[in-house]
Design a protein around this ligand. Structure first.
Ligand code: EPU
Length: 427
């Protein structure tokens, strides 16, 4: 069985480099379908969610060539189907981005209906509402969701909920619609802006990404381009927490410090010292961890994907902290695993009350989802003694070379069974 074995209690010291953003990559890869030409995508993270997106593209007839470890050339000029392979698209939730991209380019597309997941119900009603506003019809047939439209027409869409996925999917379809589309109450995460920048580099006309309103003038043609994905905000934040909780000193490279501001502000309040440079941050911590109150919010609020990592940090704070989760219904399932490591946390619905303990204790634990898994690794790095983390395939969906990167800064962590490049295997 594959697992991480961590002998914790050592400060992390040195330099660590962040990879490209998962949640931008899983949207930008399907978006290459919109181009009539070759795209070269740089700074792709070597993680299993990216490998799955690449495999979906190549199974549908795209030609994919690896240029170097983090760069792929993708030619979607000769795709032979608008139906994403069922098995692969079912495994990865972000495969819903194929719907928007296929609809934009071919006027039709089908992917497996994304089910609920470990974070609670994950509806896609807002994605479908946007497609319908642009004139598309949809149905669900034998687990596949099918969308189609003869002639997409720009429209005014007001989202009922701020949704990252619906904002991106609406952009993917609207860039090729006739006329102007206005999207209101949109998400503003850094990867929304990254996807908009990618679309514009391919010849689209998308304005306002990063604000509450996005205006898109449809274009009849888009072309290939070379594009470099932004660094991963949550991977960077995870290493920032790891540096703080181990009382280490890490220079975290290949980051955009502006994207880290909500995380930096909370970590400084907790006692970390953070220095910002052009494309790196130095994080160190010598004193006690102070308790905090945190409420997760859409960007620029505190990101929900950092919530489990902050819960680990606050488990060893000097006092009582409160975390309110306002995005997902069911994002505290990892707490039972942290209790096994000696944490003192009570959960009531979407609120967790954390009484700090002096130290976490090592234990065998199980990753419940991607970020909860990363949080358990960080907990194990802080606990004196040997912990084992199971179900690491969740973690490998979103963290490139976690073991290698952590070992490079002094962690004693190993993976039972050596990984191969998941990107290479997909080709
Ligand atoms: N929602 C609806 N209807 C919709 C879409 C969303 O009600 O049609 C609700 C959701 O149930 C949730 C809220 O809106 O309560 C926000 O969901 P959103 O659509 O923003 O989430 P997502 O696009 O499915 C992305 C990330 C998640 C991250 C969330 C929130 C990707 C591939 N995933 O999910 O990342 O937690 O945004 O920031 O971009 C992760 O990386 O570990 C991860 C789970």
């Amino acid at each position: 069985m594959e697992k991480f074995v961590v002998s914790g209690g050592k400060p992390l010291v040195g330099e660590i480099t962040v990879s490209g953003a998962k949640n931008a990559a899983v949207a930008i890869l399907p978006a290459t379908i919109l181009a009539q030409g070759r795209c070269v995508i740089e700074n792709l993270p070597d993680i299993s969610d990216v490998a799955a997106s690449v495999k979906i593209l190549s199974d549908m007839g795209a030609q994919v060539r690896m240029i170097d470890a983090s760069t792929l050339e993708i030619d979607t000029g000769h795709m032979f189907t608008t139906v994403a392979p069922e098995e692969l698209s079912r495994r990865m939730r972000a495969s819903y981005y194929f719907l928007g991209a296929l609809l934009g380019r071919f006027g039709e597309g089908s992917v497996s209906m994304p089910g609920g997941c470990d974070l609670g119900p994950r509806p896609i009603d807002q994605h479908l509402k946007a497609f319908a506003s642009l004139g598309a019809s949809y149905n669900v047939d034998y687990g596949m969701i099918n969308v189609s439209c003869d002639n997409l027409q720009g429209d005014h869409v007001f989202f009922d909920t701020v949704s990252v996925g619906a904002t991106i999917n609406a952009m993917l379809a609207a860039v090729r619609a006739e006329g102007t589309t206005i999207l209101e109450n949109v998400a503003k995460e850094p990867h929304i802006v990254d996807v908009a920048n990618f679309l514009n580099t391919m010849g689209a006309d998308v304005r306002g990404a990063g604000t509450d309103v996005i205006k898109i003038r449809g274009v009849s043609e888009m072309h290939g381009c070379t594009y470099s994905i932004i660094p991963d905000q949550i991977e960077a934040g995870s290493y920032m927490v790891a540096a703080t909780i181990t009382h280490g000193n890490l220079l975290i490279k290949n980051v955009i410090p502006k994207h880290l501001e909500p995380i930096t502000a909370k970590l400084e309040q907790a006692g970390a010292t953070i220095e910002e440079f052009d494309d790196s941050v130095r994080v160190c911590c010598i004193g006690d961890i102070e308790p905090l109150n945190i409420k997760t919010m859409p960007h620029p609020g505190f990101p929900t994907d950092m919530q489990p990592l902050m819960a680990v940090l606050l488990s060893v704070a000097k006092g009582t902290s409160i975390i309110k989760e306002s995005i997902w219904d069911n994002r505290f399932r990892y707490v039972d695993e942290l209790l096994r490591m000696g944490a003192n946390i009570q959960v009531d619905g979407r609120t967790a009350v954390i009484e700090g303990v002096p130290k976490l204790a090592p234990a065998p634990v199980r990753a419940m989802d991607l970020r909860a898994g990363a949080a358990l690794v960080v907990a194990a790095l802080a606990a004196d003694g040997v912990s084992e983390i199971d179900e690491i395939s969740y973690i490998e969906r979103g963290y490139e070379n976690l073991v290698g990167k952590l070992r490079g800064v002094g962690a004693d962590i190993k993976r039972i069974e050596k990984p191969d490049s998941v990107l290479k295997k997909a080709l």
